[in-house]
Design a protein around this ligand. Structure first.
Ligand code: ATP
Ligand code: MG
Length: 645
């Protein structure tokens, strides 16, 4: 293999060296116990791992700690109170710098206020907020008093919010008066009201003033202003200790494969893996300016903004806005302006930048960057190389991190000072973790052959259940390989000769053409490597002869018309060359948009249903429900044309 070795200067200073793999492998439980020692425990644990109630694991049984103390107070106590915790950048251009001491003050005020509202350990609090300092404060205040927090994307509709508020049975909703969306202030309090109407378990709605809306609808007695409530409470709060297995948060999956699941994460094991993986993967240093651009409501930001980096005392950037507002170079402007050293992004955004060409990042001084990360879907090799060269100046390792809401923290990912990178592969399981690719009978597939990705050893940050539906937790992930005790990830993958894992897409998205299993990601990467294609989604439509036929939906970089039959021919030839003749898309449909979740994942399920003539899938997680209408129109026009010829 060719590959990209870590730059020698980077490797020499890296937090983690190659010896950690063998050390962890020799005794994974001792390894995790050592990492748990990075945290401040009020009561030490008796048992590192207990499998009596598997698949609900128990880690660090008997141990007690407070997450907010670990993520905030500890740094103040260590004399770093005046260091910057957060550089917050607002969408309209406003900003705020928050030190650890200031963060501690607000967390304590809110912890006191929440207690005053009758919220205690185990009660649920839902946040419906943009990316604000207040969002971090609220998350930490909940942790401080043992309330279980659930963050809902600020762009979700009243229905999507209502489902999550009702599902969690929340006592409190924290929302804002309004939000900035692509440059415009939009009122949202009315949406929050609609979402909680008639839900008697919601006792209060706490409102953060963000956009300064004029007529905020108000229910006296129920609604409270954040700034008034905080001002009325002292910035000192005595934290309690919570059991290592006390629930910390509920995070809903992005719903690409069905109704979103509310995964429950707990305290000690979760924070241990969040903290260690952030430190190891992102090589966290005290002088870093770290930026994970995920929305706070997505699991990525839970682990790699809210809990992991804060536990390590890392200075972070929080950016409120959409990445392309007010201009496409906004992220690069922020990187240059704040001297960002580590930038953790997503393939969908990289492809968006690519549409603008390398001139876009070239217009900014990005020399402060030393490390890049990617998450959310497999990164197309083309996008990886573009990011590496045009954003990372060919000097920054890229950590491609495979993980899920269910795993709680990164599972398969390179160590930036150790691993020789292969664009498109998340490489190998992290120290202490174990994965395999197996067939339905549980036999390991030969190198290069697709199968089911399973995790074969428990890990501290594993989800403990699906909120309110433990049977679904067991059935979705644990029943298929119950005898072996393996976790079924739901992704299809293959392992190469070197042991590197290549994610092929969701098991549900795997295509089967004349008995050949084809990975959606591999076909999409082939399409995206064509100069005229910016984005691609591939689905299998039912076919009498071949079982499935490949339909490719592509967004072009130029303005190819929907009836551009030459483009279809070009792409077929291109895919045949890159993957093989069997992988040639039968149909190519040019679209202007693709249905995506708020975390940027393509909802292939909806398009597959459409090509099969089935409709009505769950669309509550879509960023823009209108995107599916656009695709349906293009599909109908394409089908009409196809059936005429
Ligand atoms: P649902 O489970 O409801 O369908 P979801 O799986 O999209 O939602 P998440 O937990 O946010 O919700 O996403 C995890 C999935 O994202 C993984 O199972 C995998 O398919 C994909 N993924 C994330 N990171 C990577 C990566 N680095 N490489 C490949 N795939 C990735
Ligand atoms: Mg999933």
């Amino acid at each position: 293999m060719t590959g990209y070795p870590p730059p020698p200067g980077f490797a020499a200073r890296a937090n983690v060296g190659p010896e950690v793999y063998a050390q962890a492998e020799a005794d994974p439980f001792a390894f995790w116990a050592e990492q748990a020692g990075r945290l401040q425990w009020d009561t030490p644990w008796d048992t590192v791992f207990d499998d009596a109630e598997m698949p609900t694991a128990r880690w660090f049984g008997g141990g007690r700690l407070n997450v907010a103390v670990n993520c905030v107070d500890r740094h103040v106590t260590a004399g770093r109170g005046d260091d910057v915790a957060l550089h917050w950048v607002g969408e309209p251009g406003d900003g705020r710098t928050v030190t650890w001491a200031q963060l501690q003050d607000d967390v304590c005020r809110l912890a006191n206020a929440l207690t005053g509202l009758g919220i205690g350990a185990g009660d649920r609090v839902v946040l419906y907020l943009p990316v604000l300092v207040e969002t971090v404060v609220a998350t930490m205040a909940c942790a401080r008093i043992g309330a279980v927090v659930s963050l809902v994307f600020g762009g979700f509709s009243a229905d999507a919010l209502r489902f999550r508020v009702a599902d969690t049975g929340a006592k409190l909703l924290i929302a804002s008066d309004g939000q900035f969306r692509r440059g415009a202030a939009v009122a949202v309090k009315a949406t929050a009201d609609e979402a909680v109407a008639g839900l008697d378990h919601v006792e209060h709605v706490l409102v953060v003033r963000r956009t300064g809306e004029a007529d905020v609808p108000w229910t006296p007695g129920r609604d409270l202003w954040w700034h008034e409530l905080l001002a009325a409470h002292p910035p000192v709060h005595e934290p309690a200790s919570f059991d290592a297995e006390h629930p910390l948060f509920i995070v809903y999956t992005s719903g690409t494969t069905g109704r979103p699941k509310g995964l429950v994460h707990t305290t000690g094991g979760y924070l241990t893996q969040a903290s260690w993986t952030h430190w190891a993967l992102f090589d966290a240093k005290d002088d870093d300016v770290y930026w994970c651009q995920a929305d706070l409501a997505w699991v990525t930001a839970h682990t790699y903004v809210l809990y992991g980096p804060t536990s390590n005392g890392t200075t972070q950037v929080l950016y409120e806005g959409s990445p392309l507002t007010p201009h496409p170079g906004r992220h690069f402007e922020v990187i240059a302006g704040l001297g960002v050293t580590v930038y953790y992004t997503a393939p969908t955004l990289v492809r968006t930048f690519m549409k603008h060409g390398p001139e876009l990042p070239a217009g900014y001084d990005l020399s402060s960057l030393r490390l890049l990360g990617s998450v959310g879907e497999a990164i197309n090799p083309e996008a990886w190389r573009w990011l590496h060269e045009h954003v990372g100046g060919a000097r920054c390792p890229i950590v491609d991190t495979w993980w899920q809401s269910e795993t709680g923290a990164a599972v398969i990912a390179p160590l930036p000072g150790v691993t020789v990178l292969e664009p498109g592969s998340a490489t190998v399981p992290l120290p202490g973790l174990a994965a395999a690719v197996v067939d339905d009978a549980g036999e390991q597939t030969p190198p290069g052959v697709e199968g089911n990705l399973v995790l074969t050893r428990p890990w501290p940050a594993m989800a403990r259940t699906v909120w309110g539906d433990h049977a679904r937790f067991v059935a979705s992930y644990w029943a298929p390989y119950a005898e072996r005790g393996w976790y079924l990830a739901g992704d299809s993958a293959s392992v190469d000769e070197a042991g590197f894992v290549w994610i092929g897409g969701r098991i549900d998205d795997v295509l089967n053409v004349s008995g050949h299993r084809l990975s959606s990601i591999e076909l999409e990467s082939a399409l995206v490597s064509h100069p005229r294609v910016a984005e691609a989604a591939v689905v299998g439509a039912p076919d009498d002869v071949t079982g499935q036929r490949i339909v490719a939906f592509v967004i072009t970089r130029d303005d190819a018309g929907a009836d551009d039959s030459r483009l279809a021919e070009e792409l077929r030839a291109h895919v045949a060359l890159r993957v093989g003749a069997i992988a040639k898309p039968r149909e190519v449909v040019v679209v202007t948009d693709l249905p995506k979740t708020r975390s940027g994942k393509i909802m292939r399920r909806l398009m597959a249903d459409m090509t099969a003539g089935r409709g009505g899938g769950d669309t509550t997680s879509l960023t823009d429900p209108g995107s599916m209408t656009t695709v349906e129109r293009a599909w109908d026009a394409h089908a009409a044309l196809r059936d005429r010829t």
